[in-house]
Design a protein around this ligand. Structure first.
Ligand code: SF4
Length: 446
């Protein structure tokens, strides 16, 4: 591994966007970015990510002494490099993928797309959402009303059982809390936000791998099936993967410079608009579909597959050979709703619907859903394959590199830099395992 890391010196870091690659004529020479990049890669490969710990390792770790020629930067220099050279680090990550392509370690035959949540630099207690604040407002209103009722009752009975001063103090506190909650709610509404994480405004509350709701970023990855190398990644601050299929698939297509591309993803990526757009872009998507089911009547009512669509008539033929016709268009949900014409007198009605008429929704991209379903049926093993492809990198990234699965750098740019370091470390280790350090060095020299 050390031999592989030493090859960082072969990279043209200036071309990759790093600053301080050339020495100034005067003044104390800065550390060369290649040395600091080697230090970080060594650290990430050995689960040492903090700048203070890296500083200590430089002074006592023999491997690092060899790798850095006994250089021992202080923790501020180390931390500043990671903060300031994000673009360069991301460019090295991309350049390494291109090296892997040239070394024929990426076949591009199948790319699996998946996302994983990594906690941002903020505790869940720093997050507020409109919903939480509205709940707090209701609870405070109820408590204030209760205290006021107690005071009223005491006035009416003229009893001295109530400690009036204590109640008034409590009321004062509750009203101050009420003002604070109202101000924070107003701030969210004015900013058009539904949630806000203090200190990490770009992070969003998301459910992580341990099912905890935490401020986090969603790291999207496209993984090549051949050696499970990550060919492209993005850090997004949307908890849902639903809008990620097209951007990830087209980005992977661009990285691989490969027009026909096959991608596979789980049901979180089920999105008719994206399936259609992928097909238009010469990408074949295998995506588990996440479609509504008719669960009225314990799911024992006729499934929508029993209804045949007729494009000429633009209607559905039902199991009783009657027609369902267009009722309305729901543009927000991108669907057309069809309703039965003869349900009132139908002998099969009890097996079909509990409503007055049976309704069927047809998505604007229904045909893309149907084609995707047929594709999945033709390759039933592909979803198992998907799991095997993406579990390897994510398991490694979370447990082996990130340790606690948290970012150390604040903000979306910080998360992007750290993701690039983590993914570069992962890819580097994979390549060293597949090729060995000597072979990798030979290929880098070519
Ligand atoms: S209830 Fe309506 S839609 Fe269902 S089978 Fe009867 S006629 Fe067809």
């Amino acid at each position: 591994m050390l031999v592989g890391l030493a090859d960082v010196d072969q990279l043209d870091l200036a071309a990759l966007g790093f600053s301080k690659t050339a020495l100034a004529a005067k003044g104390r020479p800065p550390y060369h970015p290649a040395d600091l990049l080697k230090l970080y890669l060594y650290g990430y490969l050995n689960r040492v990510r903090s700048s203070r710990r890296l500083e200590a390792e430089c002074l006592r770790n023999v491997e690092l002494m060899w790798l850095l020629n006994r250089l021992a930067p202080d923790h501020k220099t180390i931390a500043n490099f990671r903060k300031e050279q994000g673009k360069g680090i991301q460019a090295v990550c991309r350049a390494f993928v291109q090296f892997c392509r040239q070394a024929k370690l990426i076949s591009g035959a199948l790319v699996a797309i998946d996302g994983s949540k990594f906690q941002a630099v903020a505790s869940p207690s720093k997050a507020v959402s409109r919903k939480q604040l509205e709940q707090q407002q209701t609870q405070l209103d109820q408590r204030i009303t209760r205290y006021l009722a107690e005071l009223d009752q005491a006035d009416q009975t003229e009893g001295d059982a109530l400690d009036r001063q204590r109640v008034e103090r409590a009321l004062q506190q509750l009203r101050a809390m009420q003002d604070d909650v109202a101000t924070r709610l107003l701030f969210l509404k004015d900013m058009g936000l539904y949630q806000h994480v203090v200190g990490e405004p770009e992070a969003q509350l998301m459910r992580d791998g341990q099912k905890r709701i935490v401020p986090a970023y969603n790291v999207q990855s496209a993984v090549d099936a051949q050696h499970k190398l990550i060919v492209h990644h993005e850090v997004v601050n949307e908890a849902s993967d639903q809008k990620q299929l097209l951007p990830m698939a087209t980005a992977a297509q661009a990285v691989l410079e490969q027009r026909p591309l096959t991608v596979v993803a789980d049901a979180g990526y089920s999105n008719g608009e994206h399936l259609t757009a992928c097909e238009d872009a010469n990408i074949t998507p295998y995506v588990a579909l996440n479609r509504g089911v008719n669960n009225q009547g314990d799911g024992r009512l006729f499934d929508r597959s029993r209804f045949q669509y007729d494009a000429k008539k633009d209607g559905y033929r039902c199991p009783a050979s009657q027609w369902l016709v267009r009722k309305q268009i729901n543009r927000a949900e991108r669907m057309v709703i069809y309703q039965g014409l003869a349900c009132g007198a139908c002998p099969l009605k009890s097996q079909c619907t509990q409503a007055e008429r049976r309704l069927i929704c047809r998505h604007f991209d229904e045909e893309a859903f149907v084609r995707t379903q047929a594709r999945l049926a033709s390759r039933p093993e592909i979803m198992r394959q998907r799991k095997a492809i993406v579990e390897h990198p994510f398991g490694n990234l979370k447990r082996w590199i990130m340790g606690d699965g948290r970012f150390l750098l604040r903000g979306l740019p910080g998360a992007q830099t750290e993701s690039a370091l983590v993914i570069l470390s992962y890819n580097l280790r994979r390549v060293l395992n597949v090729l060995g350090a000597e072979q990798m060095r030979r290929l880098l020299m070519n």
